[in-house]
Design a protein around this ligand. Structure first.
Ligand code: CS2
Length: 494
């Protein structure tokens, strides 16, 4: 094996003989986008779209500055710094073909935890025209029962008392927007890229609630000046594994400490309302529409919910990956009936999309054997995901007398999983969830009170008070606790 070349700007020419590299000038472009939450997904999606645009010789005013607001982002910050913010994106096809490419659209990275002033200044800079976000479902800080902003969060309390010492996205956005207003600069667009229905509207509502507490005049200015387009984002991006780093080094002789792998499919549907201009993303396939609602709902209720169905049931069964789940006929058939009989009937028409084709494409995507998307990633933060992906489908079906049993088994299985913390082969499950302790506590009370788990109204709303639901749920829970295998239960239902 040749000694791998360090991924760095100065080595791009040499690296260009191994894989495509940025051919645009990365050093003297403006930073037009400040992006908060630079995980694998952002690097496989928005940063990739922008990279393609820059390869076409466009968008030189739209460099990305990544921002980390959590301690955990320090590792990526250090790695990107060492690599001049370059990274490899490996697109993995189902037939085994790998397309690697070095992506250069991120040109800077700052940490809000150690350097808040620089982050605020960057957002407030005249060049910044979009602040985009992938802060995860949990980052929006709303109370799921009331849908209102959660002022009880101690970080929020701190920021309200100390506006110069922001911690969360809300403290940073208001501090930066306040400066722009004072400097008579136009507002930036806040572009939400998280898997939440009406993500832009949600961000607007939350930010205005926070800003009103801080400065009513500012809140009014934000309401008038800042656009919050809703957007639907899609590309399956597994967690980077050590094997991916090794592949880049061994097969391409490139030393990249944090590459990203993803599937070939990519989609971004965005409402075309921006406060201060935008890159011509339509030139690289982004769809701009008037109303993104139907697309968001379709994607969250089919793809994301489909993932959760496979993830939770697959975790208990002992499946390591999503493709291992769909290779199993029972899981594949179960997913199909869930999608057909419970998720699809409440969707209505989605303009320009044939839902049957869309569902077929999900099976193709989920079965890509080279993605190796772990059920652990899918099950992580289920307490933030299921209330957006799956539970609304159950509520909506209850309201119209539709089928609920396929979704309900997932909730019963989630309770069992949270309680037992081992799969049905006895192997420990690593549960990553901000609410894991509470979930374990209430789930373990199910032996005395079968409804204990679903009485958490912040997750389930009023499901525990609905007889149709509780009847189905308790019978499934009982079966799981009396030793039924999850795949036998699934088989008996399809
Ligand atoms: C997944 C998503 O986190 C999850 O549970 O469903 O990350 C999914 O892979 C992406 O939304 C695909 O666009």
């Amino acid at each position: 094996m040749k000694t791998p070349i360090q991924l760095q700007q100065q080595n791009l020419e040499e690296l260009g003989s191994r894989m495509p590299v940025p051919i645009y000038n990365r050093t003297d472009n403006k930073i037009g986008i400040v992006h908060v939450g630079v995980g694998g997904f952002h690097r496989a999606h928005q940063a990739y779209y922008l990279h393609q645009l820059r390869q076409l010789g466009e968008a030189s005013d739209w460099g990305i500055c990544g921002i980390g607001l959590r301690e955990a982002d320090t590792k990526l910050s250090n790695i990107l710094k060492k690599q001049d913010h370059l990274y490899t994106l490996m697109v993995k096809h189902p037939d085994g073909k790998i397309e690697p490419e070095i992506i250069g659209s991120i040109v800077d990275f700052k940490m809000g935890t150690t350097d808040p002033e620089t982050v605020i200044a960057r957002m407030a800079s005249v060049d910044t025209r979009i602040v985009s976000l992938t802060i995860t479902e949990g980052g929006y800080n709303f109370n799921p029962t009331t849908g209102e902003f959660n002022f009880d969060n101690p970080d929020i309390q701190h920021e309200l008392r100390h506006p110069h010492d922001p911690i969360t996205i809300y403290g940073f956005l208001t501090a930066a927007l306040k400066r722009r207003r004072a400097a008579k600069l136009p507002a930036f667009t806040i572009l939400s890229c998280d898997n939440i229905e009406h993500n832009g509207d949600m961000m607007r509502k939350m930010l205005l609630a926070f800003a009103k507490e801080q400065d009513k005049g500012l809140a009014k200015w934000i309401a008038q000046e800042v656009c919050f387009p809703n957007s639907m984002v899609d590309r399956i991006t597994p967690v980077t594994a050590k094997a991916n780093i090794d592949t880049i080094a061994q097969n391409y002789s490139v030393a990249d400490a944090w590459p990203v792998t993803c599937e070939p499919f990519i989609q971004w549907v965005v409402e075309d309302k921006f406060s201060n201009g935008r890159p011509a993303f339509e030139k690289v396939g982004v769809q701009f529409v008037h109303d993104v609602g139907p697309y968001e709902k379709m994607k969250l209720r089919l793809l994301n919910a489909g993932h959760s169905v496979l993830g939770i049931l697959g975790a208990i069964h002992g499946n390591p990956t999503i493709n291992a789940c769909v290779e199993d006929e029972v899981f594949a058939n179960y997913l199909r009936v869930f999608l057909d009989e419970e998720a699809t009937p409440i969707l209505g028409d989605v303009e320009g999309i044939n839902l049957e084709d869309y569902k077929d494409s999900l099976f193709e995507r989920f079965s890509n054997p080279n993605i190796k998307d772990s059920v652990g990633r899918i099950c992580s933060e289920s307490s933030a995901k299921l209330p957006k992906f799956l539970i609304p489908t159950i509520h909506e079906n209850l309201a119209i007398g539709g089928s609920i049993k396929f979704g309900t088994l997932v909730i019963a299985a989630w309770c069992y999983y949270s309680d037992k913390k081992v799969d049905q082969q006895g192997k420990p499950l690593e549960i990553i969830d901000a609410m894991s302790n509470e979930l374990h506590q209430v789930a373990s009370e199910s032996k005395n009170d079968p409804l204990a788990f679903i009485k958490q109204e912040n997750l389930f709303g009023g499901l525990a008070k609905n007889d149709d639901f509780t009847r189905t749920y308790t019978s499934m829970l009982q079966k799981l606790y009396t030793g039924f295998r999850i795949n036998e239960l699934m088989q008996s239902m399809i």
